[in-house]
Design a protein around this ligand. Sequence first.
Ligand SMILES: Cc1ncc(COP(=O)(O)O)c(C=O)c1O
Length: 455
Amino acid sequence: MTPRLSPPSRDLTKSNAQFQRAVQRLPLGVSSSFRYWGDDRTVYVARGKGGRTWDIDGNAYVDYRLGYGPAILGYADDRVDAAARKGMEVGGVFALSTERELIVADRIAKMVPAAELVRFSNSGTEAVMAALRLARAHTGREEYLLVEGGYHGLFDAAMWMADMEGWTPGSNGDPEMVPYGKGIPQTVKKLAHLVPMNDLQRLEDTFKQHGDRMAAMLIEPIQGNCCGISARRDYVQLARDLCDRYGVLLIIDEVKTGFRVGKGGIQGLLGIRPDITTFAKAVANGYPIALVAGREDVMRSFRFGGASHGGTYTAHSVSLAAAEECLRILDETPALVTLASYGEALKSGISGILNARGIAHSFSGHASMFGIFFAEEAPDNYRDWKVSDYSFYDRMAYYLHDLGVIVEPDSREPWFMCEAHGTEASCLTDTLKAVELAVDLTLQDQADGTLDAAE
Ligand SMILES: Cc1ncc(COP(=O)(O)O)c(C=O)c1O
């Protein structure tokens, strides 16, 4: 008989005490609701370096959330931080322009040919919001199309999703389109349309029905908030063709994939040219900066009498200097190859562990940001996720935290790789050791019949 495994324990005394203090002043004790992991599991970070994070209790983690992707090179990268310090000496923001804006925009246009013109924003949300406004200004239309499982930030127009919790797999009907939460006006809903990913017929039908009134189609060809579910090339090509036919602008949201899955983003890998692209996350290794970029005639609608765009902090000298250095590294060194190779090695190590235990699984997305599924085949769209064994993932993730590996507790968030994972000693071996034990503990819970219990 195999001996029973004891669940790992982690000392979170200081984090728990911090939570009790913080919750008096900060809603849920945090600054983003997704950082709240329960009253006794919410982690407060002391620092990050490379591919690792340390919490205030001194627990070390190999980190695959990387702040939801920005730390493409690793936390506190010496090269980018040195550049940012120089950027600080410039003086911040002036409500005037600096020369470095053009230097960074030139680099972006070189790496992403569709980025003919570039505008800077501060966050992914701001960039997508500006992109949609630009599309509306350019086309004179108001409606727009979203893809089920996509995420485009926290602004009202983008906060409509397929209600997968309330949907029954195999039913003939579509999941209902619901807001992400309260506070989103119902009046916005009538402008949004939602289609399932990779369903060519549905895409064509939706354009037939609404195409003449739509300003834009927004798509993340690798869904960075939905398991890395990926659009097939023929689907994105059809989207491109339909947009052309109906005068709709194609917005590829590369907030997560940009400067991560390849120098030219997912659009480069697919060979499909959008009208507008949004970037954020990896642009400056975590310094807050984002971009709207695209076709010259469209981008020139950012003008007086056209689409408004601006913001006190746009093109801040610190973020801009960090972006210049980060993009230089991504463009001129093999950093992206290093991190993708690490991702491949990690996937293969995880597969070895799962295969040895006869556990069906698959991976989605790209080696630099992949989802893990406990199903034979990776899902083709969000509806397929509902039939995968996500309770196995959820429990495994719970144990991984205790074992020193940070992944998102929700199976819909992919694992992110950084250059430092690939160059630092022992990230891979530490992770695989933890995965092996987490899988065995989860199997034990499954055998005990406790897997579906809430954490
Ligand atoms: C594809 C995509 N678009 C937009 C956003 C919003 O970006 P931010 O959180 O910087 O506002 C995100 C954030 O995760 C994202 O993944």
